[in-house]
Design a protein around this ligand. Structure first.
Ligand code: PFF
Length: 455
C-alpha cells in the first residue's frame, strides 16, 4: 500500500450547511423514492416501517456516527483510516477494502436505475410515458428496460455526469451541487403529498403505510429492513468515513447525523405518502415492487392539472436525489485510488467510471439480453442488490461497530465525538459505545443469520 496524500492538500466541505447538504445528499436517493415505497409495499406496509425505524435508530444511526467520527479523526480514505487507527499488524483495513467492493457493486445496479430515472426525464418531456392507463405506463417502462442500447446509453450519461461533477472537487462539486438541489427535492415532494392526500382512496393508502400488520413480518422481512436502514443511511461501507474526512473540525457530528437521519426519514415517508394513496386510488398493487415509481407515478401525474410539467420536474428531482447518492458512492473508490494508490484525481475518477460502466452493464442488461442469466436464482441486477444490501453492508456495519467500540475504544471515541471537550456530549458517547460494542453487532448478526436461513 502506498502512503497517504499530505493532509494540508486535502479538500473538505466548507460550511455547516454544505456538510449537511452533502451528507443528506448521500443518504437521500433512490433508496427513499424507489426502494423504500417498493419494499414497504412488498413487505406489508406499516409493520415493515416500524422495524425499519428501530433498525435505523439502534443500528443505522450509531454506525453513521461512528463512521463520521473515524473519518474526521483520520482525515483519510476508509482503508488508510482503519489502518492508521488500528494497532500495527491488524488487518482492519480490509473492512475499508470490502467497502470499496460494496461501492462498486452498489453502483453497478444503482446506476442502472438512475439511468431509468434519467430516461424518464426525457420520456416525460416527450409525454410518451404519461397515461392514466396502467397498461400503457407499464408498456412504456418495459420498452425502456428491455432495450439494451437505451439502458446502456442512459447509464453512460449518468456516469459521465457524476464523473464530471466529481472533477470539480469536493467543495466545488459535491457540496455546491447538493446544497442547491436538496431543498428543491423537499418542496416538490411535499407538494405531491398534498395532492395525493386529496385523492379518493387516500385513507386506504395511509392505512396501509401506518397501521401495522405483523402477520406479514418474518425474519427475512427483518433482514430486508435492516439492509434498507444501512442502504438508506449510506453506512457499512466507508462512505461516511470518506465524507467524515471532509467534515470541519468544529462540526457537531451526532447533531449532523441526527438531522440527516430525520430528514432522510422524512423524505422516505413523504415518498410513501405521495405514492400509496395513488396506488390505491388508481387500482395498482401496493406490492408491485421496484416498478411502482415508474408505472404508478406517471398514472398519478396524468390526473393532475399541469401533470405533464410536474412529471418532468419530479423525475428531474429524483435524478437529483440519485446524483447526491451516486456522488458519495463514487467518491469512496476515487479517494482510495487517489490517496492510497497515488493516481491523480481525474485519473482516479476516469478509472472508477470505466469500472462501474463495465460492471454496471451486466445489471443494465438484466432485463434484456441477460434476463435469463442467473446466479443463485437471481439476475445480475438482483444479485448485486442482494449481496450489497443484505450481506456486505450489514457485515461492514458489524465490523465498523466492533472496531469503534472495542479497538479504537471508548476514550478516543468520546474525545473525538466531543470535539476534544468543546461539546458536552459525554453521556451520549457512553450510550453510543454500548450500542456499538454490544447491541448493534449482535442485532445485525442475528438478523443476518436468520434472514439467510442459518438460525
Ligand atoms: N443512501 C442512498 C439511497 O438511499 O439511495 C444509497 C447509498 C448511497 C448507499 C451511498 C450506500 C452509499 F454508500
Amino acid at each position: 500500500m502506498g502512503t497517504s496524500a499530505t493532509p494540508e492538500k486535502r479538500e473538505g466541505f466548507s460550511s455547516t450547511l454544505g456538510v449537511l447538504a452533502a451528507t443528506l445528499g448521500s443518504a437521500v436517493g433512490l433508496g427513499n423514492i424507489w426502494k423504500f415505497p417498493a419494499l414497504t409495499g412488498e413487505n406489508g406496509g406499516a409493520g415493515f416501517l416500524l422495524i425499519y425505524l428501530c433498525a435505523t435508530l439502534l443500528v443505522g444511526l450509531p454506525v453513521m456516527i461512528a463512521e463520521l467520527t473515524l473519518g474526521r479523526t483520520a482525515r483519510a480514505n476508509p482503508i488508510a483510516a482503519l489502518k492508521t487507527m488500528s494497532p500495527p499488524g491488524h488487518a482492519w483495513w480490509l473492512v475499508g477494502f470490502m467497502g470499496m467492493l460494496a461501492a462498486f457493486l452498489i453502483m453497478s445496479f444503482y446506476s442502472a436505475v438512475v439511468a431509468w430515472v434519467f430516461a424518464y426525464v426525457w420520456k416525460s418531456l416527450e409525454g410518451s410515458a404519461l397515461s392514466s392507463d396502467p397498461v400503457v405506463t407499464e408498456a412504456a417502462f418495459n420498452s425502456l428496460v428491455s432495450s439494451p442500447w437505451q439502458s446502456l446509453l442512459w447509464q453512460w450519461v449518468v456516469l459521465a455526469l457524476i464523473g464530471g461533477i466529481l472533477l470539480k472537487g469536493v467543495s466545488g462539486g459535491i457540496e455546491a451541487v447538493t446544497k442547491r438541489l436538496m431543498p428543491l427535492l423537499f418542496v416538490l415532494l411535499a407538494g405531491l403529498c398534498v395532492f395525493s392526500l386529496t385523492l379518493d382512496e387516500a385513507a386506504a393508502g395511509l392505512a396501509f403505510l401506518f397501521s401495522p400488520d405483523f402477520a406479514k413480518v418474518d425474519s427475512s422481512v427483518v433482514l430486508t429492513a435492516v439492509g434498507l436502514a444501512f442502504f438508506k443511511m449510506s453506512v457499512g461501507m466507508g462512505t461516511m468515513i470518506t465524507y467524515g474526512s471532509y467534515f470541519r473540525s468544529d462540526q457537531n457530528i451526532p447533531l449532523t447525523a441526527g438531522r440527516v437521519m430525520c430528514a432522510d426519514l422524512a423524505v422516505s415517508l413523504l415518498a410513501g405518502i405521495a405514492i400509496f394513496p395513488a396506488v390505491f386510488t388508481f387500482g395498482f398493487e401496493p406490492s408491485a415492487g421496484p416498478a411502482l415509481v415508474f408505472i404508478t407515478l406517471p398514472a398519478v401525474f396524468s390526473q393532475l392539472p399541469f401533470g405533464h410539467g410536474l412529471m418532468v420536474v419530479f423525475f428531474v428531482l429524483t435524478s437529483i436525489a440519485a446524483i447526491g447518492a451516486m456522488l458519495s458512492l463514487l467518491e469512496v473508490p476515487v479517494l482510495i485510488l487517489h490517496e492510497r494508490f497515488g493516481l491523480k484525481r481525474p485519473q482516479a475518477i476516469l478509472a472508477c467510471v470505466i469500472m462501474v460502466a463495465a460492471l454496471g452493464a451486466a445489471c443494465a442488461l438484466s432485463a434484456s439480453v441477460l434476463a435469463d442469466f442467473k446466479l443463485m436464482g437471481r439476475t445480475m441486477f438482483g444479485l448485486a442488490d442482494f449481496v450489497s444490501s443484505n450481506l456486505l453492508l450489514p457485515l461492514g456495519g458489524i465490523l465498523i461497530a466492533l472496531f469503534t467500540g472495542w479497538v479504537w475504544g471508548r476514550d478516543r471515541f468520546t474525545r473525538a465525538l466531543s470535539n476534544d471537550g468543546a461539546l458536552g456530549n459525554a453521556r451520549l458517547a457512553s450510550l453510543l459505545v454500548i450500542l456499538l460494542k454490544y447491541v448493534s453487532p449482535v442485532l445485525i448478526l442475528i438478523v443476518m443469520l436468520q434472514g439467510l436461513g442459518y438460525l
